[in-house]
Design a protein around this ligand. Structure first.
Ligand code: GLC
Ligand code: CA
Length: 532
């Protein structure tokens, strides 16, 4: 059984906001904190009770805020510290939580630490980063090219696992650990309720084994951040490259006082060979990947993070289901398949209206640094048209277009000029149109989240899978002390599904039906109370 603290976290319905692209309040074309404030009631109505904000700290924005130049300041594009204080208060007034994004692996090269560090080898910040006279290994940056760059000022190479301007912090230096603890404490004192921790596994390197991450001191560092009295109440979710059970347990077994949960990514690889290359796939493979971690988490009393989308990936909907004619059915089916399992739900902005991947004819419609680096590389190997096709498929900008609030010229996002091209389908897919439609994805999510809140089985209840591995559909029950609820998720083709027990009339479905038994349309799903 999950510990009491984690059982409580199961009630958090978390919504991820990409601040630049959520809502612009002052007309400069960039989303901001006051914009978020103006939409809290929209989120509350959806059933959201916690938000995760992607980084809003001071930053030159080479990687949209993941390159931080001051962890204690708010970037002027999104607002001021007063706006942040107001947002925290407004959230708490509504009984909502705030999760901040902590980036401990690297800072911007504009950060005062780096600016001092590069001055020489004998100042207090000299050893805050990895410096070397020669290129010590062949590590590659996640954004392409060598992970080592020469700095003219210091006359040495520094490590950057991401962009040139994101220098990796040297956690071997105890002063770095202390500095990051102070930053966590600063935000805890402001009242934040939790952290999402960026590439947490990379903070400990294993230079000897040539591994940029999952190094020997990783767990010591995580405990230094979050295993303290001051941080014991926090909800923490780490972004991780973890793939095996043992390592997962080392991160989030409750008694270790490290992280509450982890984002595990293997299910996001359905429908793609790599980030920029599609692969034919079916919902079966999504189901199998989801179930693997459901079983592991259940057997080991670990809190699981349920998600399909984030700011680094194009929407799963477009990769694995029908984002055309059956868009509503596909979006709602995915929601039922994922968010009625056991774990803490994370919903990415736009998912609640069934937003899809976008499509553009020109590379100039893209902004993301990873996208531009990849495009340059692709162009050396293929025609620009082929390269653009790959970019349209895999670009992170697919998830970063301004939120489409309505079908007007600027999508209701801003009164000015949006910082990034509006989504290519915003005239059809937007909040206003969704709410006016009989097939509203928002209302389905709303009903689903209210079901989670009212039926105890969907929180802590036992998961039993009734369909067989080879069935092209997914049927499961969640049962608590004296209730049992069944979920039927049909996949790509219409078919008859019969269950071995009588059920009440469905409490949730994405098509009209009065019983769980019988014919399901493609992507049909339904949920009902089961009578023993
Ligand atoms: C994480 C973030 C991503 C960012 C990278 C570097 O993967 O989710 O957006 O670019 O870390 O901080
Ligand atoms: Ca703005």
């Amino acid at each position: 059984m999950l510990c009491a603290k984690y059982r409580d976290f199961l009630r958090w319905n978390i919504y991820q906001i990409y601040p630049r692209s959520f809502m612009d309040a002052n007309g400069d074309g960039i989303g901001d904190l006051r914009g978020i404030l103006s939409r809290l009631d929209y989120l509350k109505d959806l059933g959201i009770n916690a938000i995760w904000l992607c980084p809003c700290y001071l930053s030159p924005n080479d990687d949209n805020g993941y390159d931080i130049s001051d962890y204690r300041e708010i970037m002027p594009e999104v607002g001021t510290m007063e706006d942040m204080d107001r947002l925290i208060a407004a959230l708490h007034e509504r009984d909502m939580k705030l999760i901040m994004d902590l980036v401990p692996n690297h800072t911007s090269t504009q950060h005062a630490w780096f600016q001092t560090s590069r001055q020489g080898r004998d100042n207090p910040y000299s050893d805050f980063y990895y410096w070397s006279d020669t290129v010590p290994n062949t590590w590659q940056s996640v954004f392409r090219g060598s992970a080592w760059a020469f700095d003219d000022v210091r006359g040495q190479y520094y490590l950057h696992s991401f962009a040139l301007t994101q220098a990796d912090l040297n956690w071997e230096n105890p002063a770095v650990v202390r500095a990051m603890q102070d930053i966590v404490d600063f935000w805890v004192d402001k009242g934040v309720d939790g952290f999402r921790i960026d590439v947490i596994d990379m903070i400990s390197k294993d230079m000897a084994a040539g591994k940029n991450g999952l190094g020997p001191r990783l767990h010591e560092y995580i405990r230094a951040l979050f295993g303290r009295e001051k941080t014991a109440h926090l909800f923490t979710v780490g972004e991780s490259g973890v793939q095996d059970l043992e390592e997962m347990l080392r991160h989030c077994a409750a008694e270790r006082n490290e992280l509450s949960t982890l984002f595990l990514f293997d299910h996001l690889d359905v429908g793609r060979k790599d980030k920029f290359t599609p692969k034919p796939d079916t919902l079966l493979s999504l189901r199998d990947r989801l179930l693997r971690w459901q079983r592991e988490s259940e057997a080991n009393d670990v809190l699981h993070a349920l998600f399909t989308d984030n700011h680094d990936n194009s929407p799963l909907l477009s990769r694995i289901a029908d984002d055309g004619e059956k868009r509503y059915e596909s979006a709602t089916l995915l929601a039922a398949m994922v968010y009625l399992l056991k774990g803490v739900p994370f919903i990415y902005q736009g998912q609640e209206i069934g937003m899809t991947a976008a499509h553009y004819d020109s590379i100039s419609d893209f902004d993301d640094i990873e996208t531009h680096n990849a495009y340059r590389e692709f162009c050396a190997e293929m025609t620009p048209e082929e390269a653009l096709e790959k970019i349209n498929f895999g670009s992170r900008d697919n998830a970063r277009h301004p939120m489409a609030w309505d079908g007007s010229a600027t999508a209701g996002f801003t009164s000015g000029t949006p910082w990034l091209a509006l989504h290519s389908r915003f005239r059809d897919i937007n909040v206003q149109a969704d709410l006016a439609s009989e097939k509203s994805v928002y209302r389905f999510y709303q009903a689903l989240l209210s079901l989670r809140a009212s039926a105890p089985a969907f929180l802590d209840g036992t998961l039993t899978v009734l369909s067989r591995p080879e069935d092209p559909f997914f049927v499961f029950t969640r049962s608590a002390e004296d209730t049992c609820d069944a979920v039927v998720c049909n996949f790509e083709e219409p078919r008859e599904i019969t269950l071995p027990f009588p059920c009440a009339c469905p409490v949730l479905s994405n098509h009209k039906r009065t019983t769980l038994h019988g014919l399901y349309p493609a992507y049909g799903c339904a949920v009902a109370r089961v009578h023993a």
